[in-house]
Design a protein around this ligand. Structure first.
Ligand SMILES: [Zn+2]
Length: 497
């Protein structure tokens, strides 16, 4: 049964006051999308069919005619796909403040996995209870964050290797989070808290997740010159902890490793042939978003030689764009090279001047051939690394961008294969057995879109512009996006294994 939306509740209250006999609808109305090309999520070729939903489920796929009372949606010329499942989503807090999540549903996203990069709610139970109490438009599942449990155990004294007793405590916290509904462990080994962890520590925590059927999704230790070492570490963690592992937002972010996507893919393929279940996800942009400090792997933020090397690695300050710079708000949106010039400083000296500030940046530092090579691997899925209220265009544009630019315009991959990377592949990864496919009995999370016009409109200058081409999005059988705007429905559920 669907949650009682506030609108329905109001209707129910009015009905009760009037003493009428009209019952509250027990479930969403039945829909039939007729004459639509179906991308069923498996990668199979498109086929034309009528797809009927009743309640929260898909009840027929084929030639069946609509039944009396069905709402008929003409799907002529359109494609119907399972709702998109985003396995790297930063809406952890945003789902509380923006339950409508228009930037997500307008892309066709129907399920978000939050708690990425090692950072999750401290109490998984409380977080999921709050989502159940106040549902959003989208379904939500969460990971438990490595850095979150590390700080719970080590407090502010985290700049060191953890003791065996501390690791044991962390593993207990991971176990509890898994029992409370987390789908696995996330890490951000490039970030301040996670970077001090040994591989053994991560293996211990991943083992705790594995015991409860979890997965391990990692922002790996290095996405620059030592990417390949970091990929190997992720594979090692999967082999030793015996669980599925995922390199999230896989990328090659420095000049020194550009062009090595095929090499990385070969390493992953070799591991997969040995039975290690390693996969990856990628966002469809050639730029990343983080903080200034990640540019300097040796953490010598005030050492001119280290800073120079860091800037050289990304092709210079012209490839670094500020998103947050409290001391110099006039440079937000500008490049580091421009800011340095305006201040009459070298790029290195300007970097050192702001090194202690909270500085958000976008690094325009990836190469398109690498992105294409990654997307053409069958074990790479689409994920946004975005979320509601994101200041990177991926927050509002990821899925339509893949379908519009990389499928329709550049033909990197077929439409059914792209849909598979957005639906059944992530669903299987998360153990969501009743989502990610258009099949009888599957949950009615669906996206109806126009393959000829679907496109992202968000840019680095206007990151929140909504995408175009998505006509209707259903979550658990209820339309949440229709006629270019969100509906009042909030049918999103908490998904646990
Ligand atoms: Zn990340």
């Amino acid at each position: 049964m669907s949650p009682l939306s506030s609108e329905r509740f109001g209707l129910l209250a009015a009905v009760l006051v009037l003493g009428a006999t009209v019952a509250r609808p027990q479930s969403p109305p039945a829909f039939v999308v007729t004459n639509v090309r179906v991308a069923d999520g498996t990668g199979a070729p498109l086929r034309t069919a009528n797809v009927r939903t009743a309640g929260d489920a898909i009840v027929s796929v084929g030639p069946a005619a609509p039944q009396p009372g069905d709402e008929i949606v003409d799907g002529t010329g359109l494609v119907l796909a399972p709702g998109f499942i985003d396995v790297h989503n930063h809406s952890t807090e945003g789902l509380a403040t923006d339950r409508e999540a228009a930037s997500q549903i307008s892309q066709g996203i129907t399920t978000v996995l939050v708690g990425p990069d090692g950072s999750s709610p401290t109490s998984i139970a409380e977080y999921l209870a709050a989502r159940r109490a106040n549902p959003a438009t989208v379904n939500v599942a969460t990971l438990v964050g490595h850095a979150t449990v590390r700080q719970q155990v080590m407090g502010e004294d985290f700049r060191r290797t953890a003791t065996p007793a501390e690791v044991e405590q962390m593993a207990l916290l991971v176990d509890r989070a898994m029992l409370e509904g987390a789908l696995g462990l996330s890490s951000g080994l490039e970030y301040v808290v996670g970077s001090y962890a040994s591989t053994d520590e991560v293996v211990a925590l991943a083992t705790a997740a594995a015991k409860r059927g979890g997965i391990y999704i990692s922002h790996i230790r290095d996405e620059a010159d030592r990417t390949i070492d970091a990929v190997r570490e992720t594979i090692e963690i999967g082999a030793r902890a015996r669980l599925p592992v995922q390199i999230t937002h896989i990328k090659l972010g420095t000049v020194g490793v550009w062009g090595k996507a095929a090499e990385v893919a070969a390493i992953v393929e070799a591991a997969r042939r040995q039975g290690i279940d390693v996969m990856a996800d990628a966002y469809p942009y050639l730029a990343w978003q983080s903080n200034l400090k990640v540019l300097v792997p040796n953490k010598q933020y005030k050492d001119p030689a280290s800073v120079k090397e860091a800037l050289d690695d990304v092709g210079g300050g012209k490839n670094i764009q500020f998103t947050r710079l409290a001391r110099y708000p006039q440079y937000v949106g500008k490049r580091l090279s421009e800011a340095a010039q305006a201040e009459g400083l070298s790029e290195v000296d300007f970097f050192i001047r702001i090194a202690d500030d909270e500085v958000g940046i976008i690094g325009h530092t990836m190469s398109e051939p690498d992105l294409r090579t990654f997307y053409q691997q069958p074990w790479v899925m689409v994920a946004s690394d975005g979320g509601v209220n994101n200041s990177h265009p991926r927050g509002a544009g990821t899925f339509p961008r893949v379908l519009g630019r990389f499928v329709r315009e550049q033909q990197w991959l077929s439409l059914p294969e792209a849909i598979r990377k957005m639906t059944s592949l992530p669903a299987a990864r998360l153990g969501l057995t009743d989502r990610g496919r258009i099949a009888v009995g599957a949950k009615a999370d669906l996206v109806l879109f126009d393959p000829a016009t679907i496109i992202d409109r968000s840019t680095f200058e206007a990151p929140r512009e909504l995408s175009q081409g998505v006509r209707i999005v259903w979550v658990n059988g209820e339309p949440v996006w229709r006629d270019g705007r969100p509906t009042a429905a909030r049918p999103g559920r908490v998904l646990v294994r």
